[in-house]
Design a protein around this ligand. Sequence first.
Ligand SMILES: [Cu+2]
Length: 145
Amino acid sequence: MWAFELTMLAFMIGLAIVMPAIPARAQTTWTIEMTDYQFTPKSQSINAGDHVVWHNGGAAAHTATSNTSAWTNVVLSPGQTSSPITLTVGGVYDYYCQYHVSFDMWGSITVSGTIPEFSGELVVVIGLMAMMLGLMVLRTRRSPR
Ligand SMILES: [Cu+2]
């Protein structure tokens, strides 16, 4: 009578595959302050998957406009905070304020690492398939004869 043991083994293997694929590290939200007329900090380093928001603490409206359209343009009135953006690919992302380029109002975000979206999902799918196989074996073996 090895059915139960085999089922549990398949289930545990599936679980072992899935667990490490779930991100263990909490994602940090970084706030970049806009004032008249600069970003603080001017250079922000983050890890891939972290979130960034801008807060306009100045008296004028400002934008956080990506040089490469890496995110939807952020336009903030005084006192406003942007929706979070998430950067998952490593690299340097330069941005500027559309209204105050002439005031040298620009900044950059350096992203360390890259989140392997596809491989992560593939691993989860394989793990879930192993778990389902285990459950199917269990159902088949336990059905009344
Ligand atoms: Cu500005």
